[in-house]
Design a protein around this ligand. Sequence first.
Ligand SMILES: O=P(O)(O)OC[C@H]1O[C@H](O[C@H]2O[C@H](CO)[C@@H](O)[C@H](O)[C@H]2O)[C@H](O)[C@@H](O)[C@@H]1O
Length: 268
Amino acid sequence: MAETERPTHPASADDAWARTVAHASRTTFFFDFDGVLSPVTKDPSVSQPVPEVPGVLERLAARVARVAIVSARPVDFLRTRFAALEHVDLFGLYGLEVLHEGKVVTTPAALEYEEPMAALAADARSALSKPVFVEYKRLSVALHYRECPERAAEVEQWAHERAERDNLKIQRGRMVVEVKPPVDQDKGMVITEAVRDTGCAWYFGDDMSDIKAFDALRAREAVDPAFFGMAIAVANDETGAEVSSAADLTLASPTAVAKFLTEGLGRF
Ligand SMILES: O=P(O)(O)OC[C@H]1O[C@H](O[C@H]2O[C@H](CO)[C@@H](O)[C@H](O)[C@H]2O)[C@H](O)[C@@H](O)[C@@H]1O
């Protein structure tokens, strides 16, 4: 468990599940995608959820008020991975996109960045030779150095200079630096808004951007002691202890997440 003092918080996963089952109709489960539902791959375009995940999420959605994936990937990418899911909500690009009634709705303030981001991606491809991988995501660009970690400083420097020049934002992640629009939106803000009328929420994350989502659960608990938030980290050695130490519980891998949820479903 995290060392943060949380006197009202249950001490174990058993307690957390018991509380969740008791408040199922007011509970939301949130999941990050990469590293949480899907194992890390060298090529970001080939990552897939572990086979058990889609079924488990759909079964969970039948038991609780809401299940949602909150990712830095575009919604259109997530849809290709979860095409069969009917009851799982999708937030993409850190919440700049949300799937609503079958359509991708984009935060209006971000729309003007579509063209600048396409230009940025083209410039990055010219400036940063392979194996740096430039992932263009319509409203942001991720610069991956997983295949050449020794070039992290070069990639980071290019991203920071470009962000400064064009007044854009930077988000660091696992072997990646991302350039984003200067629009006030992150996973923490998604969770803050989404848990407003809930009694209980779980968030599963593995990366720096997920810590803001954990913080949103803590903040909600601070103003409403009846609210119960459970922050679950999925272990990796790339973020050091940063994500795990901010969580209530750490699971070993996306496969362990699927197993943990399957066991939890047996308690309803
Ligand atoms: O919020 P997420 O859904 O976790 O997205 C975070 C980033 O995930 C992807 O990159 C990460 O996963 C890749 C595939 O396993 C891996 O190759 C890469 O090193 C990781 O950083 C995605 O490609 C990025 O756009 C997301 O920002």
